[in-house]
Design a protein around this ligand. Sequence first.
Ligand SMILES: *[C@@H]1O[C@H](CO)[C@@H](O)[C@H](O)[C@H]1NC(C)=O
Length: 324
Amino acid sequence: MPAIISRGFLKPVALFAALVRGYANPGSCSGACNVHDPTLIQRSSDNLYFRFSTGNEISYASSSSIKGPWTAIGSMLPDGSSIDLPGNTDLWAPDAHIVDDLYYVYYSVSAFGSQDSAIGLATSETMESGSWTDHGSTGIVSSSSKSYNAIDGNLIDVDGTYYMNFGSFWHDIYQVPMNSAATKTSSSSYNLAYNATGTHSEEGSYMYKYGSYYYLFFSSGICCGYDTSRPATGEEYKIKVCRSTSATGAFVDADGTACTNSGGTTVLASHSTVYGPGGQGVYDDPSLGPVLYYHYVDTTVGYADGDKLFGWNAIDFSSGWPVV
Ligand SMILES: *[C@@H]1O[C@H](CO)[C@@H](O)[C@H](O)[C@H]1NC(C)=O
């Protein structure tokens, strides 16, 4: 860089930098901020925020603000899941909603790199420690005969009909209609997004409606193990999005490329000391509006999975595409 400046190229370099859109740094977090694959919800009785995350039979914490201070509560299902698969005492990728005045948290049972997976459901009236009932499998199950991996569930209510988005690698992101109680599948699944290149590394989808569009956010790239083996630059986790006027298909990116044909527009990627953001969701915060929340590595702290931190940014949808 000093060589470029001394040759008098400062102006073009500065202009180029201004044209490359920068990403906002993560909003502040205090207290228990170490998370992987967070999901957020507020309790209707007192507006307390609850944040669930991967590991420890679903770790969870509460706070009066998205910024913290977050207080760890413990495990959602301390005895693990009744789903009879390897990984049923680990539990990943929670997704929290209110359905018929009950708190629902979907979770995944799997093992890293395995297609022997299922998406389960736990419910509670209060979200207090010890209040959770495990309902086992939702019927979203995979093995090596399937084109998908049944993890990373995300429920959406589309005008009174529930759909579950899910999937990770293999043929990437799928969707399945659910019954009226959102407890079990009611039909067969179909593909929403697929990256034909590389290892088909799309996962962790989250669908959010804003204006007349359904936005399908997903994580693309390599999520984990950065402390032992870091992927090539740009192949680490990043957050991408596609949109459609229908919740059930025809998702395209900002260039118009179909998301079943490797499309996807980047919303947030590594920048400054933020590395590998992903495992995201969107929460319609009462004071901040739509918020993108995620986990990321702070390169000044450490690259281990356990060092991942909770990040969030308000989303600007004014261009029709989410910008943070
Ligand atoms: C598809 O995979 C390639 C190779 O890993 C990656 O560079 C690209 O960002 C991915 N695209 C999407 C939309 O996930």
